[in-house]
Ligand binder design. Structure first.
Ligand SMILES: [Zn+2]
Length: 314
């Protein structure tokens, strides 16, 4: 079979203590929806019930695209989550690819990530790096003593803001935020500080690894919402691991093209949309996601009502 249809993905949910009510009404708390993940199952069509990871190994370059396949040797490289934060998440840091192998062994990957703020209660904040001028020695002492929060760079954010978090950036999401997060698919998170919450088997601090990985000179800036039009695509982030674009449409369609180089992952964040390629189509409601295999090539997004969507590609 040829892979020429959209793959609608069923999210997996994670019900951590800090979650809220906005992702899955009626299930409290729901902290995370994993909307694009190699373990997510495909809804409908010939691949129904298979995971995205299984489809990626079956179809390889057709699904991933030539550029991504050459970089990842067939592994699906991204994870996209929606996070509903009712409390502060732990202060954490991720290694880069080189440190991931040095600290955790061959086959491990680092994690660079980006956040797009979907909703925020007034005065919502997050932590994005360290205060300017923080030295490595002062940082190491503060991580060991549990006082790193005092050195952290707090920033206020509003809906539509985007923040880029390269590996090595100290970070934490604060209460009131609903966030779209795109990241390298990696499990390596080092917990630097957890607001005095008790350390349990699944919520330990990783003091020495955090000291090795956290960059004292990294502070992230907030990128404001672009001036979206009708039928527009605005690039928010481009890095070695992913590109993130904001699609906005109220009456005009948007022409999109994988160019056979990469897959696209389109997640509707406002309104509803229909994707169409030839006689294949799929409708997406708010927070639903379609994976567009690289072999689909050209396709269109039609707004069913005033619509915004985020498109991540590899
Ligand atoms: Zn993180």
């Amino acid at each position: 079979m040829r892979l020429n249809s959209f793959l609608k993905l069923t999210p997996e949910y994670r019900d951590y203590v800090w979650g809220g009510d906005r992702l899955r009404p009626g299930h409290h708390p729901t902290a995370e929806a994993w909307v694009v993940w190699e373990g997510d199952r495909i809804e409908g069509g010939e691949l129904a019930g298979k995971t995205l990871g299984e489809a990626a190994s079956q179809f390889g370059i057709e699904l991933l695209g030539s550029r991504v396949y050459a970089r990842t040797q067939g592994r699906f490289p991204l994870l996209v989550k929606l996070l509903d934060c009712a409390q502060w998440l732990s202060l954490q840091v991720h290694p880069n690819d080189k440190q991931a192998v040095e600290l955790e062994g061959a086959g491990q990957f680092g994690k660079t990530e980006a956040w797009h703020i979907l909703d925020a209660q007034p005065n919502s904040k997050l932590i994005a790096g360290l205060k300017p001028g923080t030295s490595a020695d002062v940082l190491a002492d503060a991580i060991r003593n549990g006082t790193v929060e005092g050195l952290s760079q707090y920033v206020s954010v509003a809906p539509g803001d985007t923040v880029f978090m390269p590996a090595g950036t100290l970070h934490a999401l604060g209460p009131g935020l609903l966030v779209y997060e795109v990241q390298q698919s990696s499990d390596l998170t080092f917990r630097v500080y957890d607001w005095g919450r008790p350390q349990t088997a699944t919520r330990r601090l990783h003091i020495e690894k955090s000291i090795q990985v956290t960059r004292p000179d990294f502070t992230s800036t907030v990128l404001p919402m672009p001036n979206c039009g009708d039928g527009t695509s605005d690039e928010l982030i481009r890095c070695d691991y992913f590109t993130l674009e904001l699609l906005s449409a109220s009456s005009h369609s948007i022409e999109l093209d994988t160019k056979n180089e990469t897959f696209h992952a389109v997640t509707v964040i406002e309104g509803e949309a229909r994707l169409q390629a030839g006689d294949e189509d799929v409708e997406l409601e708010k927070f639903q996601t379609a994976l567009i295999p690289a072999s689909v090539g050209r396709y269109q997004l039609f707004p069913l009502e005033k619509c915004k969507a985020l498109k991540a590609s590899g």
